[in-house]
Design a protein around this ligand. Structure first.
Ligand SMILES: C[S@@+](CC[C@H](N)C(=O)[O-])C[C@H]1O[C@@H](n2cnc3c(N)ncnc32)[C@H](O)[C@@H]1O
Length: 274
C-alpha cells in the first residue's frame, strides 16, 4: 500500500525551503548510464515520481526536452509550481502507480527519496509500462543524516539519533526501513542488470537549518499531529540545547550562526528496460 504523510500545506512549504538536492555526481552517473544507449536528441521526456517541491525534477530538467514531476500531494505540487521551476519542467498531481502518460513514452523515470512510500509492485509495473526500450529507471535516496567533521561529532550524533530514533521513533511509517537499509530491497525487476552505487554529500548547515530539516521529516509532522505543537517544540528545544552545550556555544550566539557539517549517504538503484 502507498503511504501518505505529505499532505499538509505547511509541511510542503518546509520541504520547498529545507530539503536538499541529490549530489551532482549521482545525477551525472544516471545521465551517463542513460547516454550509453540513448543520445541527447532522444532525451524527450523524464518523469520524476514523488517529486515533492520539485528539487530533483529541476535538477534533471537541463538534460531533457521535457520533464514532469508527479506527486500524490496537491500541497507539494502547489509548492513545486511556486518555486520558479525551469522552463521545461511541469508538475502534476498523480499517484506514482498510475500516471497519465502513454506506454513507452519516457526515456528516464526517477524517484528521489520517495519510492519507499509507494506501492512498490504496482510502481515497478507502471515504470516498465512508461519507459521506452533502453529507457532507464533510477531510484535514489539518502539515509537519515549525520553530523560529521567535528571533534564532538559522537555527542552531536547521539543528540540527533535521540530525536530521529528516540522521540520520533514510533512515528515513522514502514517505508523508512528502506532508508535504514540503504535501498537494498529496492529493485528494478524488469532490468537484466541492476546497478547499485553509493554517493556521499556533505554540506554546512546552521543549527537552525538542521532543526528545520528535522521538521520536514514525515515522523515530525505525525508527532505534531498526534502530540501537538508543544511536544514537538519541546523536543527541538531540547535538541538545540544539547547541541549548543556540546559545542560550548556562547549564550548570545544565535542558532543561525552555529555551523554544523551534515553528511548524507545516498544510495542509487538503477536499471534499463530491455
Ligand atoms: C520524502 S518526499 C520526497 C520529495 C522530493 N522528491 C525530495 O527529494 O525531497 C516523498 C514524496 O512522495 C510523495 N508520495 C508518497 N506516496 C506517493 C504515491 N503513491 N504517488 C506519488 N507520490 C507519492 C509524497 O507526497 C512526498 O512528496
Amino acid at each position: 500500500m502507498s503511504q501518505r504523510y505529505f499532505e499538509d500545506p505547511e509541511h510542503a512549504r518546509l520541504y520547498a525551503k529545507y530539503r536538499t538536492v541529490p549530489p551532482p555526481n549521482l545525477i551525472k552517473r544516471v545521465i551517463g548510464y542513460l547516454e550509453e544507449k540513448v543520445d541527447a536528441k532522444g532525451r524527450q521526456l523524464a518523469l520524476d515520481f514523488g517529486c515533492g517541491s520539485g528539487q530533483n525534477t529541476n535538477t534533471i530538467a537541463p538534460y531533457f526536452f521535457r520533464v514532469v514531476g508527479l506527486d500524490i500531494s496537491e500541497a507539494q505540487i502547489l509548492e513545486a509550481r511556486k518555486k520558479s521551476p525551469r522552463e521545461n519542467a511541469e508538475f502534476m498531481v498523480s499517484p506514482a502507480e498510475a500516471a497519465p502518460f502513454s506506454s513507452s513514452s519516457a526515456q528516464l523515470v526517477t524517484s528521489c527519496v520517495a519510492c519507499h512510500w509507494f506501492n512498490l509492485p504496482n510502481f515497478y509495473k507502471e515504470v516498465e509500462r512508461l519507459l521506452v526500450k533502453n529507457g532507464v529507471a533510477a531510484f535514489y535516496a539518502y539515509t537519515l543524516p549525520s553530523i560529521v567533521d567535528h571533534e564532538k561529532a559522537e555527542e552531536l550524533n547521539e543528540a540527533l539519533c535521540d530525536v530521529i530514533h528516540g522521540s520520533l521513533g514510533r512515528y515513522w511509517g514502514d517505508g523508512i526501513r528502506h532508508l535504514e537499509n540503504h535501498y537494498k530491497e529496492i529493485d528494478v525487476p524488469f532490468s537484466k542488470e541492476v546497478v547499485r552505487e553509493s554517493f556521499i554529500s556533505k554540506s554546512d548547515k546552521s543549527l537552525s537549518d538542521v532543526v528545520a530539516m528535522v521538521t520536514t521529516f514525515s515522523a515530525y509532522q505525525t508527532m505534531k499531529r498526534i502530540e501537538g505543537n508543544e511536544a514537538v517544540e519541546a523536543m527541538t528545544e531540547k535538541f538545540q540545547k544539547r547541541i549548543r552545550e556540546s559545542i560550548g556555544t556562547a549564550e548570545n550566539m544565535p542558532s543561525e550562526k552555529v555551523t554544523l557539517t551534515v553528511k548524507e549517504d545516498w544510495s542509487l538503484v538503477m536499471g534499463r528496460k530491455g
